[in-house]
Design a protein around this ligand. Sequence first.
Ligand code: ASP
Ligand code: MG
Length: 406
Amino acid sequence: MAILVKKFGGSSVATPEKIHGIVDRVLSEKKPGDRIVIVVSAMGDSTDDLLDLAAKVTDNMPKRELDMLLSTGEQVSIALMAAAFCSKGRPAISFTGGQAGIHTSDVHSKATILDVDAKRVIKALDEGKIAIVAGFQGITDEGDITTLGRGGSDTTAVAVAAGIKADFCEIYTDVDGVYTSDPRIVPTAQKMDEITFAEMLELARLGAGVMQPRAVEYGEHNGVAIHVRSTFKNDPGTIIREEYTVQEKNFVIRGVAHDTNVAKIAVKGVPDQPGVAYKIFSALANANVDVDMIIQSVRDSDGSNDILFTVAKTDLVEATSVVESLKEEMGGFNYDVEINVAKVSIVGAGMLGSPGIAAGMFGALAKADINIAAISTSEISVSCLIKASDVKAAVNAIHDHFFPNN
Ligand code: ASP
Ligand code: MG
C-alpha cells in the first residue's frame, strides 16, 4: 500500500484518448489499498492558447485577470480526468487548487505556495476515491485565484505530496527522465538514474525544462522524493532525492543546461558611488523582477560605472519600466536592452573540489569560436551569457567536453 501523487503535464493529457490512456494505466498499476492523487496541467497547448486570447483583448492584461483566465485550463482537464475515471467504474473527484487547500501569496502569475491544507483531498482518499487536483493554481487569503508560473503544476504536485505525506511524487512527462542535457539539442545526452535535489534545482533554475525549479525546492525542503518518468513508456526514469544511493560514476559535471528566456539590460554611465547598485536592484526587487547575472565595470576615465544585468524575457516589460523611471530619478543615463541572448550552464556538486572546470567550459566555447558576454558562478554551477544563435553549438561543445565518451 502506497500513498502516491502522480502528475501529468499538458502533452500527456492533450486529447480525450490520452486522458483515457492515463486512466487505464493508473488503474492497471494501482495495488489494492494504494491512495492516489493525480495532479494535471491544462490540455496540450491550451495555456498558450489562453495567453493568445488575452493578447487579442489587450496587450496589458491585469495579472489578476490573467490568473483568472489561465486557471480555467486546468479546470477543464481535472473535470475530464475525474469523469474518465468514473466512466470506468472508479470513483474520483476533482478539486481546484483552492478546493485542494493550496494557499498562496498574492503575487499574481508567480505566486508561491504558503501551505497546503489537504483535508478535503485526504477525506476523498479516505472514502476510497481518486483525487484529481488542478495544477498550477492556488488561492490567496482573500479568496483570489493565483497561478504559480509556467510549469507550475510540478510544484502543485510536490506540495500536495508533502501535504498528504506521500511516499513518492511521480512526475509523468514526454521525456523519460532527466538527461545530461536536452536530448532534442544534444543527441548524445544520457539519462540519469538519480540526481540530488541540489543539482536538479540548479539545472532547473538554469533552464533544464524537465521540472519547475520551485517544485524541486519544495521537494528538498519537505523531503519529498520525486520520480520523473515517461507517460508513454514504462521505463524507470530518474529519481531526485537528497543523496545518491548508487555512485555509478565519479561525475564532476552532472549536466549542461541552457536558457533562452533571458534578456540583457546594460545601464551605462551611472555614478560610481555608494548606494547606486542598491537603488537599481531594490527598485527591480520591489517590482518583483528577479535579476540573474550582474556585472559592474568601472570606467576609469570619468568615474562612472556600467552595470549589466540579466532578467527573464518574461519580466522585461516590468524591468524596462523600472529602468525608465530610475533614469528620470537619477538624472539621466543611457541603457540598452538586448533580447537575442541566451545562457549556457554547467552544473555539478563535484566541481567544488575540482579546479579547472570553469576553464574547461570556456575552452570548449573558445574552440567553437563562441564569444562570452558575461559569466556567473555558484558553488555548483558556472554560466555564460552568449548570443542566442550560438546556443546549439555551445551546448554541444560543452557537453562533448565533459561527457566525451558518449
Ligand atoms: N498549464 C501551465 C503551463 O502550461 C502549468 C503547467 O503546465 O505546469 O505552464
Ligand atoms: Mg502546460
